[in-house]
Ligand binder design. Structure first.
Ligand code: UD1
Length: 419
């Protein structure tokens, strides 16, 4: 296992290129199950979760090539419809194969993902929607066993779910007849999936709204055009927080600022400025870092995936900040690690009160989930002295070339082997 050694109290400068969005790439790669041709995708981030997904597809019988962020995926000879526990347990998003496998083959088995560090994260809404479309769903020996030809119908999601929406959009694509999806997630990643499917010939309307109408092809596969994955808004937000926590001017390249409205608005409230030109965005230092109040919610609200990074940043604010985590019940695992660095944070249920202004000290800390890990890296950059961030395989799941990107910005950061 490796860890990151990070020298603190640094100033950053320069430019960093933002990678393609992991959370967009995952459903887009899975959507190749619906294709009648080889699917070509560029700007795929080379991160562990993507590699896990390719292993899963290969296991089902797909052929693929993935090099220099470009993939060719051929699922025409898919021979199996069972997504095994050993792969699904590594990545919850594997559940995304359920909808497309079922709609293409009329039956499939997908291991239940199980719990994860940030909470229970059930998939009941995915299953209810498929049942509404006519699927028979059983849980057998830890697997979702699904069968039946899917028929278009009205599906109302009781709660907004990102992968749930994506799963059912892909299921509806090959279903028979019209599916109307209500209370659909509006995240840019969901929008890109819809746009790509539309380009591939799917009749779909309402893209970008919470109500979609999809005219299923009745099992006819789609003809995909080559496309490029949208920029990762969470990676971009994380680097903006790195600029902010070190109060440095840095420039992000290959970014889509319109996907970052909630994050930019909170950074502005905290005193930071921005300059933006086409696909670049520069964060300007604050005269005084002000405290902030954050409530996580679905897009276009403030993303839960940026909550941990803003908590680290709030430690540098001149006053007390409040973060209310509304989406995941256990997404404060980073708090106890930040406390080890001298942070003053109080937790009361889903509300964190962060008293800013006390000095952070370098320490050994342990990453617990993907975004919590990036908060620890940010805190380490701002702390006095050296920090070691352990268990960084969490970071490797979602951040491409993290050390080299930070080194390029002037940080002193090394990946070392645990003794
Ligand atoms: C996706 C993102 C993740 C992000 C999250 C919220 C991917 C691969 N992951 O996760 O990074 O943090 O959206 O923006 O895109 N829920 C249910 N039943 C369900 C499904 C969800 O109760 O069947 C609940 C969840 O427990 C949670 C809320 O709905 O409280 C939102 O979860 P959801 O949007 O489904 O998150 P993911 O799609 O797993």
């Amino acid at each position: 296992m490796t860890y990151l050694k990070i020298a603190g109290a640094c100033k950053l400068n320069g430019q960093v290129s933002i990678s393609g969005a992991k959370n967009a790439a995952l459903p887009l790669i899975v959507s190749s199950i619906l294709a009648k041709n080889e699917v070509q995708i560029s700007n795929i981030p080379n991160v562990a979760d993507i590699k896990t997904l390719f292993v899963l597809l290969e296991n089902l019988g797909a052929n693929y090539e993935f090099k220099d962020n470009f993939a060719r995926i051929d699922t025409r000879n898919l021979s199996k419809t069972k997504a095994v526990y050993d792969i699904v347990r590594k990545m919850r998003a594997s559940i995304l194969v359920l909808g497309p496998l079922l709609s293409r083959f009329g039956s499939c088995e997908v291991s239940l993902p199980g719990g994860c560090a940030i909470g229970q994260r059930p998939i009941d809404l995915h299953l209810l929607a498929l049942e509404k479309m006519g699927a028979k769903i059983e849980i057998k020996q830890g697997y979702v066993v699904a069968s039946g030809r899917l028929k278009g119908t009205d599906v109302l999601f009781d709660k907004i779910t990102v992968t749930g929406s994506e799963n059912i959009i892909m299921a509806a694509a090959l279903a028979k007849g019209k599916t109307r999806l209500l209370n659909v997630a509006k995240e840019p990643e969901v929008v890109q999936l819809c746009e790509v499917l539309k380009e591939a010939g799917l009749e779909i309307s309402g893209i970008g709204s919470s109500e979609l109408e999809i005219y299923g092809t009745d099992s006819e596969l789609l003809n995909f055009k080559e496309f490029s994955v949208i920029p990762d808004r969470i990676e971009a937000g994380t680097y903006l927080c790195a600029g902010a926590i070190t109060n440095s001017k840095i420039t992000l390249k290959k970014v889509n600022p319109s996907h970052l409205s909630a994050v930019l608005s909170k950074l502005e409230q905290m005193g930071f400025g921005f300059e933006s030109k086409e696909d670049t965005l520069t964060i300007l230092p604050a005269k005084e870092i002000k405290p902030v109040e954050i409530l996580t919610s679905e897009y276009p609200g403030f993303p839960t995936d940026m909550q941990a990074q803003f908590m680290a940043l709030a430690l540098k604010a001149n006053g007390t900040s409040i973060i209310d985590e509304r989406l995941f019940e256990n997404r404060f695992m980073h708090v106890s690690e930040l406390l080890r660095m001298g942070a003053d944070i109080r937790l009361n249920g889903h509300i964190a009160t962060i008293v800013g202004g006390s000095e952070l000290n370098g320490a050994d800390v342990m990453a617990t989930d993907l975004r919590a890990s990036s908060a620890l890296v940010l805190a380490a950059l701002a702390a006095k002295g050296e920090s070691n961030v352990h268990r960084i395989y969490h970071l490797d799941r979602g951040y491409e070339n993290l050390e080299s990107k930070f080194k390029g910005l002037g940080a002193d950061i090394k990946r070392l082997k645990e003794e």
